[in-house]
Design a protein around this ligand. Structure first.
Ligand SMILES: Nc1ncnc2c1ncn2[C@@H]1O[C@H](COP(=O)(O)OP(=O)(O)OP(=O)(O)O)[C@@H](O)[C@H]1O
Length: 287
């Protein structure tokens, strides 16, 4: 059964289009990556699902309850990380947690401690004293601690350092295993590829491609930057651009291992592998 369903969702801000046609479904134990560049409509979709905005058309359902009208029936089962985290600035984190516990009756204190230790959250600071990354950690704690059935995460890793990101992914895997339905928005392809089961890509308020995550791997390339390269003949088999002895190869994900095997036989000074940016994929596909 689908836990989260978005069907032909539309929202205008006056004359401005927020979203025009967004649809997707998420089952129990499934992570959907909602992927799109800035302004694509991810936050608008999420704010309808979390009860803050009313759509102009289509539907947003959580366990068949219509958002935002029936939000009160599912509110306590939702864990939400907003794009911009703003809690009570003057409250110490430990007091904020006490307040949070009074809202959700079933909080497991052992699990709360586990997240605090995993993410290394400083309980004695006031929220306004925290850096962006540390604010995000508190938002993660607040969203996960009551073991919600639905997790709705708006660019949850922005501002987190890579080590904390990995810990957060591991926490999410645990919630996936216990059956949570997870919506994860991002504009970073590589994290969606790593974490999600399926994806919906939105551009200018419309879903333009969606499917299993393997489909995303097929359309996204890895860019391998090789600096100070003494070119070897067999590298001719791969498309590249060059400037002096610095090369950028564009490699399909299923050819990456072969390519790296080959490049290691050549002489070079440095190498870097990056995921193609979303905008480049859009350009290549004329979408
Ligand atoms: N309050 C608002 N008033 C007017 N236009 C808005 C408002 N909020 C969003 N928009 C517009 O709606 C469109 C979708 O914005 P939205 O914030 O949903 O995108 P996003 O994919 O979340 O982008 P980002 O990653 O930058 O947060 C954009 O064109 C944006 O300018």
């Amino acid at each position: 059964m689908y836990m989260i369903v978005v069907k032909n969702l539309k929202k205008r801000y006056g004359k401005r289009i927020g979203i025009e046609d967004v649809s997707f479904e998420i089952r129990e134990g499934e992570i959907l990556g909602l992927i799109g560049p800035n302004g694509a409509g991810k936050t608008t979709t999420i704010r309808i699902l979390t009860g803050f905005l009313t759509p102009d058309g289509g539907e947003a359902l959580i366990s068949n309850k219509k958002m935002p009208m029936e939000i009160d029936q599912v509110k306590k089962d939702i864990g939400y990380i907003p794009g911009e985290v703003n809690f009570y600035g003057d409250m110490k984190i430990k007091d904020f947690l006490k307040f949070n516990r009074s809202f959700y009756k079933n909080i497991d204190l052992e699990y709360e401690k586990y997240i605090i230790n995993t993410l290394e959250i400083d309980l004695n600071k006031k929220f306004k004293e925290l850096s962006l990354g540390n604010k995000k950690k508190v938002a993660i704690l607040q969203a996960l601690v009551h073991n919600p059935k639905y997790l709705i995460l708006d660019e949850p890793t922005s501002g987190l350092d890579p080590l904390v990101q990995q810990k957060f992914y591991a926490l999410l895997e645990e919630h996936k295993k216990r059956g949570a339905a997870i919506l994860f928005s991002s504009h970073i392809l590589s994290e969606i590829e790593k974490l999600c089961d399926k994806f919906s890509m939105i551009k200018e308020g419309k879903v333009i491609i969606s499917g299993e995550i393997s489909k995303l791997r097929d359309i996204s390339l890895k860019q391998v930057f090789v600096y100070g390269l003494n070119f070897c003949e067999f590298l001719e088999n791969y498309p590249y651009q060059k400037e002096g002895t610095n090369y950028v190869f564009e490699i399909k994900q299923n050819q990456l291992k072969d390519f790296l095997g080959n490049i290691l036989k050549c002489e070079f000074k440095d190498i870097e592998i990056k995921s193609q940016a979303l905008e480049d994929i859009f350009l290549k596909m004329y979408i």
